[in-house]
Ligand binder design. Structure first.
Ligand SMILES: *Cc1c(COP(=O)(O)O)cnc(C)c1O
Length: 339
């Protein structure tokens, strides 16, 4: 099987397993795990923030951010197709008790004017707008990159209104590699940021939430409340450290493979690639095949390819380090021969 369902399926590398085996550990709830301390300090530096926190998943990182920034009854502004709205089980309502105010974005890019208009004024009828969330790369747009220049425009609006910005940067490293920029070029325009170690970077578990020192102290308490205070977690953090320090540059290979895949699939008369393919995700529209996504996925499986449905007529392929260029070429050949 060539597994293109997600970059989350990547297995830990040999270096990660060795680092896990040798990791120095302590009780992280007591703040005594040296491997986690090193990981958090390194992550904070890379992200240009005062402090960072290792969390169990991207979802947990985003939810802790919302819980820490907001109070029940607050309103948060985000793109209607954002991961936080689309894929986190309604958690912002279930846990933080906030109300989402969604805006339609253009490939993940919120219009600064629409953003400004959505921010509530001081009126007894209105909820308080206490957070703006962005996503980079933008998953539902097929891994679209939001350039720092655009993030700055949104940050200027937010700063003017004194509202923090949280960036869901599950795949922010893909944006950084695509534009060949340091992470700080993006994160300078956010108050807090979440990045996944367990997607393209290949760690088995974990995300980082980073931001101001005071924010991270409060976030640490929310993590504990949610049951995310872990003990000798340096075992996991050791793999995360390898992910953060050794696995970033190679994302360029995934991007190259995604382009090869897109160019190949687009040659099929009944398939069209519908995203710009800036990073490691390819979205295809299969309307002309007359099949629905579930049936198409089934047909792909028959020829040894795994992908995920992304809509009734849309399929997503994601490249990652466990698929080679040869696997990609094989995928293209097999799909082109698909009736
Ligand atoms: C994967 C992803 C998350 C959540 O990460 P998990 O570790 O799967 O909880 C959040 N945001 C975006 C944009 C993602 O792609």
């Amino acid at each position: 099987m060539i597994d293109l369902r997600s970059d989350t399926i990547t297995k830990p590398t040999k270096e990660m397993r060795e680092a896990m085996f040798l990791a120095e550990v302590g009780d992280d709830v007591y703040g005594e795990d040296p491997t986690i301390i090193k990981l958090e300090e390194t992550a904070a530096k890379i992200l240009g923030k005062e402090a960072a926190l290792f969390v169990t998943s991207g979802t947990q990182g985003n939810q802790i951010a919302v819980l820490t920034h907001c109070r029940q009854g607050d309103e948060i502004i985000l793109d209607e197709d954002s991961h936080i709205v689309f894929y986190e089980g309604g958690a912002i309502s279930a846990f933080a008790g906030v109300q989402p105010r969604t805006i339609k974005s253009e490939n993940g890019m919120l219009d600064p004017k629409k953003l400004e208009e959505a921010i509530r004024t001081n009126d007894i009828h209105f909820p308080d707008t206490t957070l703006i969330c962005l996503e980079n790369t933008h998953n539902r747009s097929g891994g679209a990159v939001i350039p720092p220049s655009h993030m700055k425009k949104l940050f200027d609006v937010a700063t003017e209104k004194k509202i923090p910005i949280h960036l869901d940067g599950a795949r922010l490293f893909n944006s950084a590699v695509a534009l060949n920029l340091p992470l700080t070029e993006f994160t300078q325009y956010t108050t807090t940021v979440q990045i996944c170690l367990s997607k393209g970077l290949g760690a088995p578990v974990g995300s980082i939430l980073a931001g101001p020192k005071e924010f991270i102290e409060k976030a640490r308490k929310w993590r504990k409340r949610l049951g995310g205070g872990l003990r000798q977690v340096g075992i996991l953090g050791a793999a995360g450290f390898v992910a953060l320090t050794e696995m970033v540059d190679r994302l360029a290979i995934d991007h190259e493979n995604a382009k090869i895949l897109a160019d190949g699939l687009d040659k099929h008369p009944l398939i069209s690639v519908i995203n710009k393919v800036e990073t490691n995700i390819v979205l295809i529209d299969i309307t002309k095949t007359g099949k629905r996504s579930d049936k198409f996925i089934e047909a792909l499986k028959q020829i040894g390819i795994l992908a995920v449905p992304f809509g009734p007529k849309t399929i997503r392929f994601t490249t990652h380090y466990d698929v080679s260029k040869e696997n990609i070429k094989e995928t293209v050949n097999k799909v082109l021969n698909l009736k």
